[in-house]
Design a protein around this ligand. Structure first.
Ligand SMILES: NC(=O)c1ccc[n+]([C@@H]2O[C@H](COP(=O)([O-])OP(=O)(O)OC[C@H]3O[C@@H](n4cnc5c(N)ncnc54)[C@H](O)[C@@H]3O)[C@@H](O)[C@H]2O)c1
Length: 276
């Protein structure tokens, strides 16, 4: 989908980090954008900041973990902005810790946002995009944690591996049955965003969590020194234009994926690859 001006994008988790940077880029491309986020105040602030471009900007407060919220987002986007051409399932949260110590709430919250959020996005938008008969593109934001396995990140890693598998399947199914709609999966390494404070948006009924490990502090430093989110937005837009499935923002990190694949193919027990 080379020509973006005048087309419509829907971006979840659009009030901060990678989602906001991508929304800014889509506005600069002349697209209409529907911004979805659970954080109503940050969303209102972002919508106000992005007004004034060639396209229209719509903000829809959405909890992507809830099917009915994502369905309402799709309905409003189609009603108010017309056909949607680009959907970016980006909203995500992170927890870390020993896999047997995580609370059920840790699992439910993280699976709800990172995996069910993407499932709801695919179910709400893809049938509408196919029925519309126009070119389209679905971008799901996973992580390098979707292609590697490291200690103390079990819950997050499970969700991101699932998002990679879901998106790869989506790519195959679209190629067979609806080739005008494409799919991409984004696998970033460290990006300078607010991901390490994602519990700020954690629902109170899922608040119970385990104690933070020392990985949490290490992750804060790695994220603080990470890639600017605008670089991730640039890579996503390039992939949409090229119809490219894999979006790697840190190609050097793929060494960890090769390490895992080599061990797997030779039947060796897993060892930890140098952390990205
Ligand atoms: N930052 C990194 O180093 C990094 C690395 C790999 C992958 N990612 C992925 O990038 C995506 C974006 O994260 P980010 O780094 O920009 O983090 P961020 O915390 O800066 O932004 C995430 C946005 O999602 C929103 N959000 C949280 N829960 C939500 C919900 N239930 N419904 C709707 N919106 C919700 C937040 O309010 C926030 O605006 C995530 O999927 C994350 O897993 C980030």
């Amino acid at each position: 989908m080379d020509h973006l001006a005048g087309k419509t994008a829907v971006i979840t988790g659009a009030a901060g980090g990678i989602g906001r940077a991508l929304a800014e880029r889509c506005v600069a491309e002349g697209m209409n954008v529907a911004l979805a986020d659970i954080d109503g105040a940050a969303l209102a602030h972002t919508v106000a900041a992005l007004q004034g471009g060639a396209g229209r900007v719509l903000g829809v407060r959405t909890d992507v973990a809830k099917a009915e919220d994502v369905e309402a987002l799709a309905a409003r986007a189609y009603d108010e902005l017309g056909a949607v051409h680009l959907v970016v399932n980006n909203a995500g949260v992170a927890v870390s810790g020993k896999v047997w110590e995580h609370t059920l709430a840790d699992w439910e919250w993280t699976m709800g946002v990172n995996l069910w959020g993407v499932i709801h996005g695919v179910r709400a938008f893809v049938p509408r995009m196919i029925a519309g008969g126009q070119p389209g593109h679905v971008v799901n934001v996973a992580s390098m944690a979707g292609l590697t396995v490291n200690p103390l990140m079990g819950v997050y890693t499970v969700t991101k591996h699932a998002v990679v598998a879901l998106t790869e399947t989506l790519h195959h199914d679209l190629a067979l049955f609806a080739p005008a709609v494409k799919a991409s999966v984004v696998c970033p390494g460290w990006v300078k965003t607010d991901i390490t404070t994602s519990s700020r948006n954690r629902p109170t009924h899922l608040a119970e969590t385990q104690q933070a490990t020392q990985l949490a502090a290490a992750m804060q430093a790695l994220v603080a020194a990470g890639l600017p989110p605008s670089r991730v937005a640039d890579e996503i837009v390039a992939a949409v234009r090229e119809g490219r499935f894999w979006v790697f923002t840190h190609p050097g990190f793929l060494g960890a994926t090769k390490h895992r694949s080599d061990e797997l193919l030779s039947g060796k027990n897993p060892t930890v690859a140098p952390l990205f």
